[in-house]
Every structure is written in structure tokens, then in C-alpha cells.
Design a protein around this ligand. Structure first.
Ligand code: 5CA
Ligand code: ZN
Length: 409
């Protein structure tokens, strides 16, 4: 699949700092040392509805990861998927009488537009589940042939007990795993499974549903976790730097994915850090397509909001926090954007060299975007109060905010 166009990232003087980031698996901060090419996999959307503020907040977090790495003069090898065939997509298409492929294409196109407007840097490889199927089938065959997967009425399940490291991503106990598995696409109550948590790798063709040739697996379609594993292993290999997504993906999705990959390769771990963004709520409940309590990025844009203000609204919250979307959040961001634009529109101002270092330092410390905004706020306040004589300052602030925060002033 094609991704979306990249906005230009202005060059900054000096060099950025190495990223320290919270890793769900160890429960603490890890300092990543990626080498010249940093590798990141971020789970993409299931395109049955438009991009909402919660999605945008999660992609904003990983866009910051990419920007911090680019500032250290590294290349970034960023891979993202599109879950363009899965139960919720098929159910929505069926409910609304749409063709499921058209629904997926339409919502993916809108996602690209939203990401472009928000200046999220695109992945290098943007891969749909459907196009990944030829690579998924041999992985499932290998797991089955190694005794790590088994058949149940034509469906193939992964045996979680085949991975000695199973449980190490989320660190949850069996009871919590079982509950989350039931909530998040698993089928712990299906009779005949070896372990209730075992996830499906390959679902045998169901009447009225799309299916593909699965070689020795028979016709069917892939399970959710193996989709991301196949794409990540194909484009990044094992031991990549960051596996990213919202906190609702830690279990089962990232736990199962890590286990699939670890059993397939015999290597551990799949990723050096499992990074999870907090959940954005609306009216006190997690924004979710299934609940329908959504604010769409495209609707906010259509209402005339500058995407830069929307981006500032996301940046005003630490990526690991759960937070609530309100009209005030957007109003505050619009006011901040106005103050910043006024401050950089003057021909000179207070020196900005320290601001660049403060922004770099804040982001390198577990992506502390609110602290980065505060550093720019202080400069804008000093500019408004007493101004300054440094003619390079307004330009340096604009470039800093653009390169490191993705905000065009
Ligand atoms: N296609 C799968 C991943 S392979 C999927 O989870 N798609 S999704 O469309 O449901 O979510 C896309 C991303 O947005 C995921 O990382 C998910 O964790 C994140 N996300 C979903 N809802 C919210 C929310 N309310 N707040 C923050 N992030 C969210
Ligand atoms: Zn995924």
C-alpha cells in the first residue's frame, strides 16, 4: 500500500539526544541505542471508521519517537500495518450494506489525509493485512509443524505454552489475561482449546466471508496477531527497537505477537521496548469505534480547526497519560498556537538556543511533550513581555517546533 507524503523536517543545529522510553515489559525506562538505522513497528488502524482523536494521539506519540531519532542523525525504518480484513471491519460492512474492501479503502484514504494534515511522518512500509497473506501462511505452517500450533475444527490456534517468555510483555496474571482476551478479540470460552488464551492464527473460511488460499492450511484468513508479526519480521527482523501502539494493545495483541515471533525465530526479545500510549476518553469513557463515542480528526478539520492546533492539543498531554478530550483542550491549544505564531512573526526576540536544548531534553526523557511545550511557552511569554535582539531566534523556534513537534507555525 502507499503511505502518505512526508512533510519536510527542517535541519536543526547540533545534535539530539538518545531516547529514553518507558518499556511496558520491564516496567521502567530503557535507553535505546539503535545504531545508524532505528527500527520501529507501530500497529495501524482497522479501517472501518474514520480516525478519531484517540488514534491521532497514539500516532502522535510514535511520530515524536521518529523525530527524536531523526534529530540524532539516524535513519528511521518505520513500518505500520492496516488491518484491512478482520471481524469488526466485516461486521461493519455487513451492517451498513457496504462492500468490505470499499469500506477499508475509503477509511484508509481518509486516515492518510488526516495523518498528512497533522504532519505525522509516514512509515517507510505501509502494509495491508490482505497483501501480507502470502507471507503469513508459511509462518503458520512453520508454527504448526514445530508443534506450537494446533487445529480445532479447521481453525489453527497458537499454543501460548510453546513460548517460555509468554506473559513478559504485559506482566498480567492469568485471570486478567482471560478477561482481556474475551474483551479484545479472543475466544477464551471456545471448547476444545488447549489453553483458553490461545489465539487464532488462521481462521478456516466461513460462508459469506472472504477467504484466501492457505496452502496446507486450507482456505481461510489470518488471525490478528500473526498479521503484525509477519509484517514486522519481513520488514524489520527480530530485535527491533520499538513495538508501539495504544495501551489496549499490550494484551493480548503485543503479548501474542511477541510470542509468535519468539517461537518462530528462537530469538528473544522481539522488540527492545514495548511502548504504549494512554487512552483518550470522551464523556468519561475510552473513545472507541465499538462504543461510538468519537470525535473524528476529519470532522475537527472540516469545522475549520487548524491541524496545527489539533496537534498542539495532543502534545499538551503526556503520551502515557489517559486523558479526556473536551472543547477546552482544543480552545487552549488554539490560544497557544496564536501566542506562538505572534511570537515568531517578529524580526527578532530573546535567544532561543536554550529552548532547542530544553525541547530536545524533554522529548528524550520519555517523550515529555508537555515539558517541551512549556519551554516554548516561556520563550513566547518573554518575547511578548520584553522581546529581544536575537535575529535568529524566531526562525530557530519555528524550526525547532516544526522538526521536533511536527507543528508548522
Ligand atoms: N489494527 C489494530 C492494530 S494491529 C488496531 O488496534 N486498530 S485500531 O484502529 O483499533 O487502533 C489503532 C491504534 O489506535 C491502536 O494503537 C490503538 O491502541 C489506538 N487507539 C484506539 N483507541 C484509542 C484511544 N481511545 N486513545 C488512544 N489510542 C487509541
Ligand atoms: Zn498490530
Amino acid at each position: 500500500m502507499h503511505a502518505w507524503p512526508a512533510s519536510e523536517v527542517p535541519a536543526l543545529p547540533g545534535k539530539g539526544r538518545d531516547l529514553q522510553i518507558h518499556d511496558t515489559a520491564t516496567g521502567g525506562l530503557v535507553t535505546l541505542d539503535p545504531g545508524p538505522v532505528a527500527r520501529i513497528y507501530v500497529c495501524g488502524i482497522t479501517p472501518y471508521d474514520a480516525t478519531h482523536i484517540g488514534h491521532a494521539a497514539t500516532y502522535n506519540a510514535f511520530d515524536l519517537v521518529q523525530r527524536v531519532w531523526l534529530d540524532t542523525k539516524r535513519q528511521v525504518h518505520y513500518v505500520q500495518n492496516v488491518t484491512d480484513v478482520d471481524d469488526p471491519l466485516l461486521e461493519r460492512a455487513q451492517r451498513d450494506g457496504h462492500d468490505w474492501t470499499e469500506l477499508a479503502e475509503r477509511e484508509t484514504a481518509l486516515f492518510r489525509e488526516d495523518m498528512t494534515a497533522l504532519r505525522m511522518l509516514p512509515p517507510r512500509h505501509y502494509i495491508g493485512a490482505v497483501e501480507a497473506i502470502p507471507g503469513i501462511v508459511p509462518l503458520v505452517e512453520r508454527l504448526r509443524d514445530a508443534g506450537a500450533a494446533y487445529e480445532l475444527d479447521g481453525d489453527i490456534y497458537f499454543s501460548v505454552e510453546s513460548d517460555a517468555h509468554f506473559g513478559q510483555v504485559s506482566g498480567l496474571d492469568a485471570e486478567a489475561m482471560r478477561r482481556l482476551s474475551a474483551e479484545r478479540g479472543g475466544d477464551p470460552d471456545r471448547p476444545g482449546k488447549k489453553n483458553p488464551l490461545d489465539p487464532m492464527l488462521w481462521m478456516a473460511a466461513r460462508p459469506g466471508e472472504p477467504s484466501w488460499d492457505g496452502g496446507s492450511l486450507g482456505r481461510g484468513r489470518p488471525g490478528w496477531h500473526i498479521e503484525c508479526v509477519a509484517i514486522a519480521l519481513d520488514h524489520l527482523g527480530m530485535g527491533f527497537d520499538v513495538q508501539g501502539g495504544g495501551s489496549d494493545l499490550a494484551f493480548p495483541h503485543h503479548e501474542m505477537g511477541a510470542s509468535h515471533a519468539q517461537v518462530l525465530t528462537g530469538e528473544f526479545p522481539m522488540a527492545k521496548a514495548y511502548v504504549h500510549a494512554g487512552m483518550v476518553a470522551l464523556h468519561g469513557e475510552k473513545m472507541s469505534k465499538s462504543k461510538g463515542n468519537l470525535v473524528f480528526v476529519s470532522a475537527v478539520r472540516r469545522a475549520g480547526t487548524d491541524p496545527a492546533a489539533l496537534r498542539l492539543a495532543l502534545l499538551a498531554h503526556h503520551y502515557r497519560a489517559d486523558w479526556e478530550w473536551t472543547d477546552e483542550v482544543l480552545a487552549e491549544a488554539e490560544a497557544r498556537l496564536g501566542r506562538w505564531r505572534a511570537a515568531v512573526s517578529r524580526p527578532d526576540g530573546p535567544s532561543a538556543d536554550a529552548v532547542l536544548e530544553e525541547v530536545r531534553e524533554a522529548l528524550a526523557r520519555d517523550l515529555d511533550a508537555p515539558a517541551a511545550l512549556a519551554a516554548v511557552d516561556r520563550w513566547a511569554a518573554a518575547q511578548a513581555a520584553e522581546g529581544g535582539t536575537d535575529e535568529s531566534a524566531p526562525g530557530l523556534i519555528s524550526r525547532t517546533v516544526d522538526a521536533l513537534l511536527g507543528v508548522a507555525l
